[in-house]
Design a protein around this ligand. Structure first.
Ligand SMILES: Cc1cc2nc3c(=O)[nH]c(=O)nc-3n(C[C@H](O)[C@H](O)[C@H](O)COP(=O)(O)OP(=O)(O)OC[C@H]3O[C@@H](n4cnc5c(N)ncnc54)[C@H](O)[C@@H]3O)c2cc1C
Length: 167
């Protein structure tokens, strides 16, 4: 940033901020609305648990809330809208997350991204919101190379642990 001057005048210190992401049980059992109140976006935990993207869901929950406020029962209408438009996808991602963020799977995914154009396309579609989680597994399996499929199958048999390398 210093070299390009893009951050002139800005304080160039590293910082981090947590992005709220809920597990599938919380998403299902703790509705983000009640009599007289609605939670939207991050406040409602409407963030993709895998990609951590929340802008789309924040905007969409805003639209759903605005529409719900025009009905006679905003709480019910908002929750119905969330369950129709957002929550099924987020709960699916929350369930997948446990399997996604394992060292074995992450390593496999990095190798797959480096070697397969088809898998790069699937993951680009996922990040861009064009690939729903409901059909992700089927599409990934259809594009997997034999060697990657074999490694995935072996990892699943070991309960998700990567292979121990021996000399
Ligand atoms: C470092 C980082 C990178 C991210 N990258 C991406 C990305 O690439 N793509 C993506 O989709 N998502 C990304 N996200 C997530 C995304 O930014 C959030 O999910 C999204 O902004 C949530 O929108 P929101 O309106 O719910 O909350 P926010 O955007 O946080 O808006 C809440 C607003 O309320 C204000 N506020 C808080 N308390 C009060 C108060 N008491 N009174 C008045 N105002 C108050 C805050 O200042 C803030 O402006 C990222 C988040 C972080 C932290």
């Amino acid at each position: 940033m210093r070299a390009t001057g893009v951050g002139d005048g800005a304080r160039l210190a590293r910082y981090g901020w947590p992005i709220p992401s809920l597990d599938d049980v919380t998403l299902t059992c703790q509705p983000p609305a009640g009599p007289g109140w609605l939670l939207l976006g991050d406040a409602a935990g409407l963030v993709d648990p895998i990609t951590r993207e929340g802008i789309y869901f924040a905007l969409e929950s805003g639209e759903l809330a605005a529409a719900a406020l025009e009905t006679s029962d905003p709480t019910a209408a908002y929750l119905e809208g969330l369950w129709h438009e957002i929550l099924p996808e987020l709960t699916r991602a929350a369930r997948l997350k446990r399997r996604f963020f394992r060292s074995g799977f992450t390593g496999l995914m990095v190798d797959a991204l480096a070697t397969s154009t088809a898998i790069r396309k699937v993951m680009a579609d996922l990040v861009a919101g064009r690939q729903p989680y409901a059909t992700l597994k089927r599409r990934l399996v259809a594009t997997l190379h034999v060697s990657l499929a074999w490694r995935l199958w072996r990892m699943e048999r070991r309960g998700g642990r990567p292979a121990v390398r021996t000399r």
